[in-house]
Design a protein around this ligand. Structure first.
Ligand code: NMX
Ligand code: MLT
Length: 433
């Protein structure tokens, strides 16, 4: 057993009695009440999911295993010559809560390499689909196509005990995760680089090999590591995490579950907002017809968007009530690496003028930018201008968090998810009382 798997198993055994005790002795303790507004309004603020992998404070933003973004970047071992940690060390950290040492990290890097090869039939599936298919559809289809590989299904059919389910879920999660950068890069180059491909480089880590297979030079390897870690997890209630968890709760395997979560990420109110930010920004420049915009021009375009009944992409959040620290982390990267890039300057102007406009409009509860407002400009700077592809990179990153979560779901034996629905008449009756 690898040292990651051994540590994970130890953590699972330590954790199980906590969940059992809570269920046995404190099941009736109330965590809140559900209002009519919450039942109709997307369950906003209803506290009914459990995860220890990350927690989102509305004012502070995300903490992964108790660590803020800067603390996470600081704590984890870096790839030599790189400013950012390896994704492999982050995977170890998310699964176990422990910061791995170099030896433990190297072991995960080697394990991912051993599982990296994408089966030819997945490539065949991608190539058989019409070339104008959205990259997210291709990505989700590729994941689903591999479902036949599931170790979980095989072990389930052999009659495995419920206590053992975390093990094949971990195997499926690792097998899947190891292949995602190659699948993403293949989709990118098939669609946008004249179907020319760069093979995997076994000397490189997961993030570095993604940059290599995209065909983009340094420091894009660090961009990739940063991007994947920042997008990995945002507690459990967001659409992609919740969908993955929900589907896995039926004991569907990691392939079915992740593909479903990716489909949720493909919505413009969720992950697709990063492509919408670039589309909005380029549309603004094109409509203006000149490069020397003023703040007034940007304000007018924002009001036009709002007045036509559309949302300003990249702004607002269901939980956050301040600037997303993932936005800040990427902004700091831009200030260091591309401070004079014109598109970064425009994104910064949008940051300056949008919150007061959303406040004046008075609808959005959070007028501040989220992760998607700042990610596309970095990609654009390094040559990835095909914004349709941006959410695939979000999906590769998000897979890290949701796959860690469903491994723990099986470890703790979380049951099938099945909330109760009511009729409108029942709500009306409740309102009368
Ligand atoms: N632009 C215009 N209106 C907005 C915005 C925005 N950026 N954000 C919220 N509103 C509106 C929202 O549509 C709603 O209007 P109505 O009452 O007419 O239905 C009202 O403000 C109240 O919404 P909130 O409670 O503030 O937000 P909610 O929790 O429902 O939705 C988002 C959260 C993120 C879906 C919403 O802020 C939004 O649509 N933002 C733009 C899209 C975006 O950036 N999504 C990415 C989120 C991060 N991610 O990667 O997933
Ligand atoms: C996410 O990263 O999933 C988004 O910020 C959306 C959310 O947390 O609701």
């Amino acid at each position: 057993m690898s040292s990651l798997k051994e540590t994970l198993f130890k953590k699972i055994e330590e954790h199980r009695p906590r969940t059992t005790k809570l269920l046995k002795d404190h099941s009736d303790v109330k965590l809140g009440e559900v209002t009519i507004g919450q039942a109709i309004g997307g369950a906003r603020g209803v506290r009914c999911l459990v995860t220890d992998i990350s927690y989102l404070d509305p004012m502070e933003g995300i903490r992964f295993r108790g660590k803020t973004i800067p603390e996470t970047f600081e704590a984890l071992p870096k790839i030599p010559g790189s400013d950012y940690p390896s994704v492999e060390s982050f995977w170890y950290f998310l699964l176990t809560g422990d910061v791995p040492n170099k030896k433990q990290t190297d072991e995960v890097v080697a394990d991912f390499k051993a599982r990296r090869q994408v089966p030819q039939y997945v490539i065949d599936v991608l190539r058989a689909m019409p070339r104008d298919t959205h990259p997210m559809t291709l990505f989700s289809a590729a994941i689903l196509a591999m479902q036949r590989e599931s170790v979980f299904v095989r072990r389930y059919n052999e009659g495995m005990s419920r206590m053992d389910q975390w093990d094949p879920m971990y195997e499926d999660a690792t097998n899947l995760l190891a292949k995602l950068p190659s699948i993403g890069a293949y989709i990118y180059r098939m669609k946008y680089k004249a179907d020319t491909h760069v093979g995997t480089n076994m000397d490189l880590d997961w993030g570095g090999d993604f940059a290599h297979q995209m065909g983009i030079a340094k420091p894009y390897d660090d961009v990739s590591r940063m991007y994947f870690i920042l997008h990995s997890d945002h507690e459990s209630g967001n659409v992609s995490a919740h969908t993955t968890h929900l589907v896995a709760s039926a004991l569907s395997d990691a392939y079915y579950s992740l593909s479903a979560g990716i489909n949720g990420l493909a919505g413009p109110l969720h992950g697709l907002a990063n492509q919408e930010v670039l589309r909005w920004t380029m549309n603004f420049l094109q409509t203006l017809g000149k490069d020397d915009y003023t703040e007034e021009d940007v304000k007018q375009a924002l009001w036009d968007t709002l007045n036509s009944g559309q949302v300003v992409p990249g702004y607002g959040h269901a939980v956050l009530r301040k600037t997303d620290p993932r936005y800040t982390a990427q902004r700091e990267f831009c200030l260091k690496h591309l401070p004079d890039f014109p598109l970064f300057k425009l994104i910064s102007t949008i940051y300056k003028v949008t919150p007061p406009i959303l406040q004046e409009q008075g609808k959005a509860k959070n007028p501040w930018p989220n992760v998607d407002a700042q990610s596309g400009v970095i990609q654009w700077y390094y040559g990835v201008t095909e914004w349709d592809f941006y959410t695939v990179m979000f999906g590769i990153g998000r897979a890290i968090g949701v796959l860690a979560n469903i491994t723990w779901d099986r470890a703790l034996g979380y049951p099938i998810e099945r909330p109760k629905s009511l009729t409108t008449a029942m709500l009306e009756d409740a309102a009368k009382k």
